[in-house]
Write a protein that binds this ligand. Structure first.
Ligand code: UD1
Length: 449
């Protein structure tokens, strides 16, 4: 075991015994990156909103607390969330919550549109880069908001947002979403050019249209939003998490034995599936599932991350893991976040040979990885370490799995159900994992379609 861990904080951890084949069926949960946005968007209406297929993950509990802190009623059930935001009595999203999760800044657009004021602490989240918010601010200003940055808070005001034409410098997911949500209740027409095209953004647009918004072009680079006076309520089921599906695909490519990954849309991972084929992984792709088995040998390859439909930055670390076990040299180029290679150091502790040079990683394939003591650097990096541990020789201890809990629902349980040997050690109590047992029934009964 390595003695390199310097942090003395008490951490929850996984103990993973590598080398067990993964077989059976693993079901993909609802998308984190859609759930958080749909929860924020629910602030736009006074009516009741009931969301289904919501993953029970830490970030969802944090977003629920953010909405509650603004005066919304939020009840969490097993994979359902009920929200009613007819009595918002506060416009400030507190530092302690925003600092835990960057997606909290997505209440800015809805609050500005609905109550004309928002004060949000400067965001935190994964330490994967600078993660600026200038596009959000510029875009909201173009819609007529007055914004000042004071004492660590973004303070924005507006009497009535007005439609405008906005050209984004980069197809930022969060900025597109904030602008979309603000524009839905703005006066007149808003166009967002060079908009993000991610499936989770399309889900957000579909949800808003379901509540009565008029959005066209979601999934293309040009969004057109005709503002409406108000939105209604409704029931909506969130799309599957393509990043979780990608996590399982890579695990299957390394340790699968006819492993079926079910309940997601493989077409949202086209480029990833192509890449897996290219490196020698054989896949059987159906409409809602993929069957995958361990590759005989992994062929080295290059990866370049880009906004959707390019190769997703959120899966870059999993491919770094996969290519670490390839037959040669691969280059990974990270174009979306400037600090997303923290995982490399941890993989190297397990015997990988990765060198970082700016936004490129040079990965020299090795024959095997070896169990060690490693620490989750961030959400996806942590999950990639779990995948690496599943094929490493001997035992790996993955520390700081709280990062992983932010975005994966019962990851260890799901892997154990298909043959993995993961023991979860909870050294500190989880505060936020309570949910109502009765709300699920409500999902069927309470709100008509
Ligand atoms: C979202 C996802 C995250 C994913 C990322 C890219 C959520 C909760 N998170 O993050 O999992 O990795 O998309 O697919 O959905 N940028 C600026 N100025 C801005 C906004 C962004 O310079 O105002 C930069 C960022 O620093 C980053 C890049 O643009 O380098 C991409 O960021 P963005 O697409 O906004 O990602 P997020 O919405 O934060």
């Amino acid at each position: 075991m390595s003695d390199l861990i310097t942090n003395n904080e008490i951490m929850n951890e996984f103990h993973i015994e590598g080398g067990y084949p993964l077989s059976g069926t693993i079901k993909v949960s609802g998308a984190k990156n859609a759930a958080l946005k749909l929860m924020a968007a629910s602030l736009l209406t006074d009516e009741e909103v009931l969301l289904g297929n919501v993953p029970l993950i830490e970030d969802v509990f944090i977003m629920a607390d953010v909405l509650r802190s603004l005066g919304a009623f939020v009840e969490i059930g097993k994979n359902t969330v009920l929200i009613k935001a007819n009595d918002l009595n506060n416009c400030t999203a507190p530092y302690n919550l925003v600092n835990k999760m960057r997606a909290s800044i997505l209440v800015m657009g809805p609050l500005l549109a609905k109550i004309g004021r928002t004060k949000v602490a400067m965001p935190g989240g994964c330490k994967i880069g600078l993660r600026k918010i200038d596009f959000h601010i510029k875009g909201l200003e173009a819609l007529g908001a007055e914004i000042s940055l004071e004492h660590g808070f973004i303070d924005a005001k507006s009497k009535q947002l007005k439609g405008s034409s906005i050209q984004l410098d980069f197809p930022s997911v969060g900025a597109t979403e904030n602008l979309l949500m603000a524009a839905v209740l703005a006066e007149g027409v808003t166009e967002v050019k060079n908009a993000a095209r991610e499936p989770e953004l399309v889900d957000l647009a579909n949800f808003l249209n379901h509540l009565g918004a008029k959005i066209e072009g979601a999934g293309t680079s040009n969004l057109k939003i005709q503002g409406v006076k108000k939105l209604g309520g409704g029931k909506y089921s969130i799309i599957a998490d393509r990043i979780e599906a990608g996590t399982f695909l890579v695990a299957g490519a390394l340790a699968g034995k006819d492993l079926i990954i079910s309940d997601f849309k493989p077409q949202t991972l086209s480029i990833v599936i192509e890449k897996l084929n290219e490196v020698g992984v054989s896949l059987q792709v159906e409409t809602d599932s993929v069957k995958v088995s361990k590759a005989q040998s992994i062929i080295s390859s290059n990866i370049v991350t880009l906004p959707y439909p390019g190769f997703p930055t959120d899966l870059q670390g999993f491919f770094m893991t996969l290519l670490s076990l390839s037959n040669g040299q691969s280059i990974i180029t990270e174009n979306v976040f400037e600090n997303r290679f923290l995982l490399a150091k941890e993989l190297n502790k397990m015997g990988a040979k990765i060198r970082i040079n700016g936004h490129r990683a040079l990965v020299n394939g090795v024959k095997s990885l070896k169990g060690n003591l490693v620490e989750s650097p961030d959400l996806r990096g942590g999950a990639a370490l779990v995948v690496a541990s599943l094929v490493a020789e001997g035992e790996t201890r993955v520390l700081n799995i709280d990062h992983i809990d932010r975005g994966y629902e019962n990851l260890s349980e799901k892997f154990n159900n298909i043959g993995a040997q993961i023991k979860r050690i909870d050294r500190k109590e989880k505060k936020n994992n309570k949910y109502s047992q009765t709300l699920n029934q409500s999902f069927l009964e309470r709100v008509s379609e």
